[in-house]
Design a protein around this ligand. Structure first.
Ligand code: NAP
Ligand code: GLV
Length: 308
C-alpha cells in the first residue's frame, strides 16, 4: 500500500514521515508534491489542496490529521473515498486541562487578582457559590465527555447538550434543537466542543447568548465558525457575558487589527487547545491501516451526511 502525507504546516512533516515509515515498514510513505504517480490509495492530511485529489484518483482512505473534518468535507470528495478522523489521539486530556483552567480562573476571579497585583492591592473578594456557576458543555463526544470527567471533582453543576441523548452520571443531559433553550437557560459557563457542520455554524449567536444565565463565560475550543463574533462582542459589551476564552476564531491567524485582541474581557490562544500528538496519531493510523488490510471497519470513519 502507498500512503501520501501532507501536514499543512500543522506538525513537522519530516519528523512525522520518519515516524510513519518506521511504524509501517511494508508501506511506501511519501510526502505529497505536485505531479507524483497517480497510484496512492491512502492519504494522511491536514488542510490538503483540492488539486491533490484530482491528481490522485485512486485514493480510497483519507486520514484527517485532527478531529475536525469540516475542511475535508468542503472538498466534496467522491463517495468511494472514506474520510477518517482522529479520536482523542492525546487531545482529550489537553481539552480537559484547558477547560478546567479557564472555568476555575473565571470562577475564582484570578483575572481580577492579576489586576490587583499590578496595583499592589491586598483585597480579598468574597467567594461566590459554585452552584451559581453551572457549566454547560455543547458536544458530548470524545472530547466533550473527557472534559465532563475532568470538571467533576470541582463540583460545579454540569449540563451537557448533544444531537442524540447521552446519559452521563451527575450531568443534566439535553438533546437536540428542541432542548437547546433549556440547556442554555441552565448554563453560565458555556463550553463549545461541537464539530462545525451546517447545523452548528453560527450556533453561538445573539439569540442563544441571551438565553444563558447572565454574567457568564464562553469557552470556545472547537471552531471559530460556531460563534457569531459581532454578537459575542455585543454580549460582552453589554455585560450579558462577563468573559470569553477563545482558542479558535472565524479567521485564523487572527488579523492584527481584530477587536478580539484588545477586548478586556477576552482571553485568546492560537488554536492550541488540543494539539495533535505524534505517537498517539501514529498508533491510531497504524491500527486503522491494519483494520483496512484485514477487511475490518477502521475506527473514526466520518459520517458525511451528519457532517462529523
Ligand atoms: P465528536 O466525538 O464527533 O463529538 C461531537 C459531539 O457534538 C457529539 O456529542 C455530537 O452529538 C455533538 N453534535 C454534533 N452535531 C450536533 C448538533 N447539530 N446538535 C447537537 N450536538 C451535536 O467530536 P470530538 O472529537 O469531541 O471533537 C469536537 C470538535 O472539537 C471537533 O470537531 C473539532 O472541530 C474541535 N477540535 C478543536 C481542537 C482545538 O485545538 N481547538 C482540537 C481538536 C478538536 P452526538 O453525541 O449525538 O453524536
Ligand atoms: C484541531 O483543531 C482538530 O480538529 O484536531
Amino acid at each position: 500500500m502507498k500512503l501520501l502525507v501532507t501536514t499543512g504546516g500543522l506538525v513537522p512533516a519530516d519528523q512525522w514521515l520518519d515516524a510513519f515509515r518506521a511504524a509501517l515498514p511494508d508501506c511506501q510513505v511519501d510526502p505529497w508534491t505536485p505531479g507524483l504517480p497517480a497510484d496512492y490509495e491512502m492519504l494522511l492530511a491536514w488542510d490538503p489542496p483540492s488539486r491533490l485529489f484530482s491528481e490522485q484518483p485512486r485514493l480510497r482512505y483519507v486520514f484527517n490529521l485532527g478531529a475536525g473534518v469540516e475542511k475535508l468535507l468542503e472538498l466534496d470528495l467522491p463517495e468511494h473515498v472514506q474520510i477518517l478522523r482522529l479520536q482523542d489521539a492525546g487531545m482529550a486530556v489537553q481539552m480537559a486541562e484547558y477547560v478546567c483552567h479557564a472555568a476555575i480562573r473565571f470562577f475564582r476571579e484570578f483575572d481580577h487578582y492579576d489586576r490587583q497585583q499590578q496595583q499592589r492591592l491586598w483585597h480579598r473578594r468574597s467567594l461566590q457559590q459554585r452552584t451559581a456557576f453551572p457549566v454547560g458543555i455543547m458536544g458530548l463526544g470524545v472530547l466533550g465527555s473527557r472534559v465532563v470527567e475532568a470538571l467533576r471533582p470541582f463540583e460545579f453543576p454540569l449540563n451537557g447538550w448533544s444531537r442524540s441523548r447521552r446519559d452521563l452520571a451527575g450531568v443534566r443531559c439535553f438533546a437536540g434543537a428542541g432542548e437547546l433553550g433549556d440547556f442554555l437557560a441552565a448554563t453560565r459557563i458555556l463550553v463549545c466542543l461541537l464539530p462545525l457542520t451546517p447545523r452548528t455554524r453560527d450556533i453561538v449567536n445573539a439569540d442563544h447568548l441571551r438565553q444563558l444565565r447572565p454574567g457568564g463565560c464562553l469557552i470556545n475550543i472547537a471552531r471559530g465558525g460556531l460563534v457569531v463574533e459581532r454578537d459575542l462582542r455585543a454580549a460582552l459589551d453589554s455585560g450579558q457575558l462577563a468573559a470569553a476564552v477563545l482558542d479558535v476564531m472565524q479567521e485564523e491567524p487572527l488579523p492584527a487589527d481584530h477587536w478580539l485582541w484588545q477586548h478586556p474581557a477576552v482571553t485568546l490562544t492560537p488554536h492550541v487547545a488540543g494539539m495533535t500528538m505524534q505517537d498517539d496519531t501514529v498508533d491510531q493510523v497504524v491500527a486503522a491501516v491494519r483494520a483496512i488490510r484485514q477487511g475490518d471497519t477502521p475506527p473514526g470513519i466520518v459520517d458525511r451526511a451528519r457532517g462529523y
